[in-house]
Design a protein around this ligand. Structure first.
Ligand SMILES: Cc1cc2nc3c(=O)[nH]c(=O)nc-3n(C[C@H](O)[C@H](O)[C@H](O)COP(=O)(O)OP(=O)(O)OC[C@H]3O[C@@H](n4cnc5c(N)ncnc54)[C@H](O)[C@@H]3O)c2cc1C
Ligand SMILES: NC(=O)c1ccc[n+]([C@@H]2O[C@H](COP(=O)([O-])OP(=O)(O)OC[C@H]3O[C@@H](n4cnc5c(N)ncnc54)[C@H](O)[C@@H]3O)[C@@H](O)[C@H]2O)c1
Length: 506
């Protein structure tokens, strides 16, 4: 399932390429965690000619493939297609029944390959990477022990680098009774084989908003408890539009309300939440979607002078920043993906993986480094050019800085907004199209700092904005990027027109 399924040989003259893993095996590079990110680091290192081991405790493919991106999108897609068809006369009349929940769950199961990772393990082998199954723990500088499912322990040593790509897990807030109430996390929400009649969701972030959309569509009576507005890291109108849509789907969205205690009646009984507005909520399942913690609790970090349970702070080449920790001397410890807390997104982690894999190869082989901003060996885009699509209905697609974030960062900005329903492409897409776009412009440099699109089918519009932000394309040049008629991308032209054209600067 990895995006870059090319094969490679470990041909470096200084490399050893073991056939099997045995006590004391040495590799050039060891990657801990075969999620989407770890797979890509290992692939780049192997393609660069380094002998590479990939250690995985659960399923090759990680969270994204089995319990996050892919199953969540599978749960959401059928409802989105159905609603889209209902907005187009001719198609609408052809809909003769309700959503088929069992078929949706079956398609989700197929999407996650029934929780089997053989095809991904096959890809790893084909890429010339040695897969080591088991739980890795540091035992010292450049050394690890790996404990497999049978309890056998083997030792691995890295010649050049170890990369921690162990991802993150759901955070459970410290609310009395919560941990003992068998709450759902994103894992249960994305893998459930049935739809609870009543589902409460704690947290109005991305997981909360997406799962509220999915479960409300699939028949649950959903109640969302959100301390702040929904999707509070986005432009405010995004969360407001998603909230309105959820209410239309029959969900109850309680803003500014938190649970103070949680309890469950016996095993598998109803869950009761007491809320800080004085009310009580009784549901069949409670999904906790209140953020993430790093998978660094049982990693032996103490043996190399780092703290267990901490996020691993890295520089732009993805090296764990050493501070005054002598154990990290020699540029050998890297962290990529969720575990470094830079941008908890698969695509951004894979971007880091490409930079990290390549810089490890360059450092190992003494090749020139390209570590200035936007160089080949750095993850510059993590700072101010991160794209993200939230697959609610309407979708929220954004890149770069929001107005609030840009002002906080010290930019002088001018922002323009536009109602996407006014472009011709929107009226073709759906009757009664509802959507909004916003562009944040750096007034000084006349470049786009951030763009947000909210509406049906805006996800694939996003890359145009990402190119504009990353390329720092001047506004006067963007006028020459002509959007095709009649597509949703004409919103670009409208945003520019709303901003105004300065002919003197051309
Ligand atoms: C519900 C949900 C939906 C999401 N949807 C999207 C989306 O649509 N798009 C998007 O871009 N992002 C999405 N994300 C975020 C995305 O899932 C993560 O950013 C991504 O999975 C991070 O990849 P990773 O490789 O860093 O970590 P992971 O995918 O978590 O992989 C880490 C791997 O390391 C293994 N591991 C951990 N510790 C050890 C150890 N000690 N020894 C050996 N192996 C170990 C784990 O078993 C795991 O396989 C979603 C997240 C959630 C929760
Ligand atoms: N489509 C996507 O790209 C996608 C989808 C799902 C998840 N993800 C990624 O996964 C990560 C985790 O998502 P998430 O939704 O768990 O985290 P999040 O940080 O996006 O949202 C968590 C929300 O929970 C709230 N919260 C925290 N404690 C609370 C409490 N005690 N009671 C009520 N609310 C509380 C926070 O204020 C916040 O709004 C995100 O960083 C996201 O980028 C991405």
């Amino acid at each position: 399932m990895s995006s870059s399924a090319s094969s490679s040989e470990s041909t470096s003259s200084e490399s050893t390429s073991p056939e099997t893993t045995s006590p004391g095996t040495t590799f050039d590079v060891i990657v801990i965690g075969a999620g989407a990110v770890g797979e890509n680091v290992a692939d780049r290192a192997a393609q660069g000619g380094l002998s590479t081991a990939l250690v995985e405790a659960e399923l090759v493919g990680g969270e994204c493939s089995y319990w996050a991106c892919m199953p969540s999108k599978a749960l959401l897609r059928s409802g989105a297609v159905l609603r889209a068809a209902k907005k187009v006369p001719g198609a609408r009349e052809a809909i003769t029944g309700e959503i088929d929940v069992q078929a949706v769950l079956a398609r989700r199961n197929k999407t996650v390959n029934d929780y089997q990772d053989d095809s991904q393990a096959e890809w790893v082998a084909g890429a010339g990477i040695t897969l080591v199954r088991g739980h890795a723990r540091f035992t010292g500088v450049k050394t690890l022990s790996v404990t497999d499912a049978q309890g056998n322990v083997s030792q691995l040593t890295a010649r050049h680098a170890i990369v921690v790509s162990t991802g993150s897990a759901a955070l459970l807030p410290d609310i009395p009774g919560l941990a003992d109430s068998a709450p759902w996390t994103s894992r249960e929400a994305t893998s459930s084989q049935s739809i609870p009649a009543r589902l409460a969701i704690m947290g109005g972030g991305v997981v909360g908003a997406e799962m509220a959309t999915a479960y409300a569509t699939l028949g649950s009576k959903v109640t969302v408890l959100s301390r702040s507005g929904l999707l509070s890291n986005q432009e405010p109108f995004a969360g407001e539009m998603v909230r309105d849509a959820l209410v239309e789907l029959g969900a109850d969205v309680k803003i500014g309300v938190s649970a103070t205690t949680v309890s469950r009646d016996g095993s598998g009984g109803a869950v009761t939440l007491t809320l800080d507005d004085g009310s009580e909520l009784v549901v069949d399942e409670l999904l906790v979607a209140t953020g993430r913690v790093p998978n660094t609790g049982d990693l032996g970090l103490e043996t190399i002078g780092l703290e267990a349970h901490s996020w691993l702070e890295v520089d732009d080449t993805l090296l764990v920043t050493p501070g005054d920790n002598g154990a990290l001397d020699g540029d050998w410890l890297y962290a990529t993906g969720d575990v470094n807390h830079r941008a908890l997104l698969t695509h951004q982690g894979k971007y880091q993986a490409r930079a990290a894999g390549d810089v490890i190869v360059a450092r190992a082989l003494g090749k020139p480094l390209s570590t200035g901003p936007w160089g080949a060996h750095v993850a510059t885009a993590d700072h101010e050019a991160v794209p993200q699509v939230t697959f609610t209905d309407p979708e929220v697609a954004s890149v770069g800085l929001t107005e609030a974030a840009a002002k906080k960062a010290g930019y002088t900005v001018k922002c323009v907004e536009y109602d996407i329903s006014w472009v011709a492409g929107a009226s073709v897409t759906a009757d009664g199209y509802s959507g909004r776009a916003k562009m944040v412009v750096d007034e000084k440099r006349q470049v786009v700092l951030g763009v947000t699109f909210v509406g049906q089918d805006v996800a694939d519009l996003l890359h145009s904005a990402t190119v504009a932000v990353v390329g720092e394309v001047p506004l006067n040049r963007l006028w020459h990027a002509v959007p095709s008629y009649p597509t949703l991308s004409e919103v670009w032209l409208r945003l520019l027109e709303t901003y105004g054209r300065d002919a003197s600067s051309h």
